[in-house]
Design a binder for this molecule. Structure first.
Ligand code: TYD
Length: 208
């Protein structure tokens, strides 16, 4: 099988959804079956997380981190549309966020080592063939978020985005020997970012 598991990562407003769609279109054109998914998921666990983010429910940051651990395991393991099932069916699965999002966003509130350990079952089950990180300056992504939305979620302040970006890089440094991490400069026009991502992913495919 030459289907891939691809995770998109980046701070809020980095342009992940645009790039994810462009990559998916390219893969489909090449004849691949592609399954797009995201975290938090649409499961009851994911819905609870979204309620917390949209200020409809309240929870401590440590509780949120644990909910993401559960949401991710369910994302992988559920028997309806779980990622592992989709991979077995031959889909290339592209997820908008995976465990590096947890390292970045929760590592700011609690020890990064705990967050990594808490996600180790997911990492053991399936680690991405490539983690694509779209790097954007927090000021730029915050400006994009304010433009495109009428409400702002829990972690969406420039200060939090800066912390998350720092934690992403800390986690990349820590895990670079065991993870395939591709960092692209997302401050550029999206067409250029898309070309970089396509070059990287197609190389990966042909080498597999
Ligand atoms: P996001 O991709 O921005 O979704 P949307 O565009 O629908 O709002 O993700 C929502 C938030 O979830 C984002 O602020 C990052 C946060 N998050 C975590 O805090 N931990 C995690 O493990 C994941 C996957 C996301």
């Amino acid at each position: 099988m030459n289907n891939l598991f691809i995770a998109f990562e980046g701070i809020d407003g980095c342009g992940k959804s645009t790039q994810l769609k462009l990559l998916s279109d390219n893969l489909v054109k090449q004849g691949h079956k592609v399954y797009l998914t995201c975290e938090p998921t649409s499961s009851p666990i994911g819905s609870l997380i979204r309620d917390i983010f949209n200020h409809r429910a309240e929870a401590d940051h440590r509780t949120i981190a644990a909910l993401f651990v559960a949401d991710r395991l369910h994302h992988l393991l559920n028997s309806t549309d779980g990622i592992i099932k989709k991979m077995k069916e031959g889909y290339t699965v592209i997820t908008d966020r995976y465990y590096f999002s947890s390292y970045a966003y929760h590592g700011a509130h609690m020890p990064l080592a705990w967050v990594i350990e808490a996600n180790s079952i997911s990492a053991g089950l399936l680690s991405p063939d490539i983690n694509i990180y779209i790097d954007v300056l927090p000021e730029i992504s915050m400006a994009r978020l304010i433009q495109g939305r009428d409400s702002i979620e829990l972690y969406e302040t420039t200060e939090n985005l800066r912390k998350a970006r720092d934690k992403y890089f800390e986690a990349f440094e820590l895990l670079k020997s065991q993870e395939n991490i591709f960092i692209t400069d997302g401050n550029r026009p999206s067409e250029l970012v898309a070309i970089d991502i396509w070059n990287e992913v197609s190389n990966l495919k042909f080498n597999k």
